[in-house]
Write a protein that binds this ligand. Structure first.
Ligand code: KIV
Length: 278
C-alpha cells in the first residue's frame, strides 16, 4: 500500500482504517484485522513505555519499535499495510535539516513509508514542504496534538468560530505543503465533515465524528488495555480485565496443592557436606 492509494480511496468513497501498533505482536494483530494503515504512534510513550506524556519518547525508540512492527507483518510487501511512523517531539521542531535526517532514518532503517508530525505553525509547514520535496511522504495532524500538551492540554480543540477558522486555514496549508492525509483529533464533528468536503486529501478522524474519510484508533484503547481510556475513544472489549482474569486463573491453578509436598520426596544418598573449618 502506498500513500497515494489513500487519496484514491477518498475519491472512490472507500473508508480508510488506521490502527496503531508498537511491536511485532500488535502489528500481526492489526494486519490480520485488515487495517489499511499501521501507525507507529508516539502514543507508545504512554501506552508501552509508561511515560505520562508523549514527549519523552526518542527517535531511537521510535526507530526500534517501527522495526519491530515491520518484522511482525506476513506476506508480500505490496500486500502489507502502509506503515506511518510518528516523528517524536524535538525531531522536527528544530528545523528542516534535523527533520529530514530524522524522517530519513525512519524510512531508511525500517519498513515505514511515511511519517506523521503535529501542527501547522509556519515553521512546521516549512518542514513538511522540505520533507515532501525530499521524497518523504507526510501525514499531518491537527486538533488535539499531544506534543503540545503543555500549551493545549488534552481538551477538545476548535470549539469557537475563530479557532475553527484557524484550523481550516491550517488544514489547507498542510494540503498545499503536500501532506497525503490529515489526522483530525478531538474536534467538533461538523468541522471535520466540512474539512473532508474542502480538502482533496483524506481526513482521518479520532474523536472527530463519523463524517471523515477514515478513522484512526490507538489499538490498546480499542482493546480496553490502557488504564486511562480517552473519553472520545471507547473500548470494544474490556481487554485488561479479561487478561487479568485469565492470568489470575493460571496463577491460582499453579498454587493449588496438587503437587507432592517436598517432605514426600524420598531422601537421596548424597554424603553430608564437610563441617565448616575442616
Ligand atoms: O500517537 C498516536 O497514536 C496518534 C494517534 C492518536 C492518531 O497520533
Amino acid at each position: 500500500m502506498r500513500p497515494a492509494e489513500l487519496i484514491r480511496f477518498k475519491q472512490s468513497g472507500r473508508a480508510i482504517t488506521v490502527l496503531t501498533a508498537w511491536d511485532s505482536l500488535s502489528a500481526s494483530l492489526v494486519q490480520e484485522a485488515g487495517a489499511d494503515v499501521v501507525l507507529v504512534g508516539d502514543s507508545l510513550a504512554m501506552v508501552v513505555l509508561g511515560h505520562a506524556t508523549t514527549l519523552p519518547v526518542t527517535l531511537e525508540q521510535m526507530l526500534s519499535h517501527t522495526q519491530a512492527v515491520c518484522r511482525g507483518f506476513q506476506g508480500a510487501l505490496h500486500a502489507q499495510p502502509l506503515v506511518v511512523a510518528d516523528l517524536p517531539f524535538l525531531s522536527y521542531q528544530c528545523g528542516p535539516e534535523r527533520a529530514v535526517a530524522a524522517a530519513g532514518l525512519l524510512l531508511k532503517d525500517s519498513g515505514a513509508a511515511a511519517v506523521k508530525l503535529e501542527g501547522a505553525e509556519p515553521e512546521v509547514v516549512a518542514v513538511i514542504d522540505r520533507l515532501v520535496r525530499m521524497g518523504i511522504p507526510v501525514m499531518g495532524h491537527l486538533g488535539l496534538t499531544p506534543q503540545a500538551v503543555h500549551r493545549l492540554g488534552y481538551r477538545r480543540q476548535a470549539q469557537d468560530p475563530r479557532s475553527q477558522e484557524k484550523l481550516k486555514r491550517q488544514a489547507l496549508d498542510l494540503e498545499a505543503a503536500g501532506c497525503f492525509a490529515l489526522v483530525l483529533e478531538h474536534i467538533p464533528a461538523e468541522l471535520a465533515a466540512d474539512l473532508r468536503a474542502q480538502l482533496t486529501i483524506p481526513v482521518i478522524g479520532i474523536g472527530a465524528g463519523a463524517g471523515c474519510d477514515g478513522q484512526v484508533r490507538v489499538t490498546a484503547d480499542l482493546l480496553g488495555l490502557t488504564p486511562q481510556q480517552p473519553p472520545f475513544s471507547p473500548a470494544l472489549i474490556q481487554g485488561r480485565q479479561l487478561c487479568v482474569e485469565a492470568l489470575k486463573g493460571w496463577v491460582s491453578q499453579q498454587q493449588a496443592p496438587h503437587l507432592a509436598a517436598p517432605s514426600a520426596v524420598p531422601p537421596t544418598n548424597t554424603p553430608a557436606p564437610p563441617a565448616p573449618g575442616c
